[in-house]
Design a protein around this ligand. Sequence first.
Ligand code: HPA
Length: 272
Amino acid sequence: MSVVSLNVPAGDVDRVLRAEVAAPRVVFVLGSGLSGLANEVTDSVVIPYAELEGFPQVGAVAGHAGQLTVGRLAEVPVILFAGRAHQYQGVSALDASYPARLAVALGCETLIVTNAAGGVADGLRTGDIVLITDHMNLMGTNPLIGWSGPEGGTPFVPMRDAYDPELREIAHAVASNLDLTLKEGVYAGLLGPSYETPAEVRMLRSLGADVVGMSTVPEVIAARALGLRVLGLSLVTNVAAGEDLSHAEVLEAGKKAESQLTALVLGILRRL
Ligand code: HPA
């Protein structure tokens, strides 16, 4: 049940409904270099972010397509955001949570997020897929700031089991069927856009983080406030604070692991 107001322009909801695909059940938000899943969508209608009034209009980041695809994946009606608006682009946490808010306005039940992340835990390697079990909001802000509950007041939203235990079980079962190694870990969300210093990576490790990135946290907090079930997958594109870390390296690692991620996600959808 929704505890906060949605604040989604009615025109955006109409724009998606005009695509005339069945009511979406699942919303995807895809991370840097991980937009390939959009190519698997059937009966697809593409809506550029520029046509969505509520989507923060910031310049594209390399590796982010910048469009919403409406259609079906594994027969399930979905909407799929290929590319995010990040807070490091000057967007508020509330605006960064727009995909979750639009999804709820359209009647979705489940949010599946993917992201590119740096590996913090010992043993994580480039190309590893990590199922997010929990997160740390180290972004210094929160998408619920300034929202009010149905009767006014502050939305104190519980964040226990934010990453749905049942969906996590399904993900593990699908991965095991596909003979795919699925690790688990805690995602630390930092503001960016600079990557972490070695000292920050040591700090994150001692705090209990396994992967680090610059996204995901705002949309997941908003999604939980609005009652969506959440599944999160990180692709380790580099070892955090590794040598010669570049955005190009992050995108390249994303491309390599994309087919595995696609198979995993399609398998999960078939079991929902
Ligand atoms: N740090 C933060 N964000 C990231 C990283 C990283 O090492 N790799 C991909 N996104």
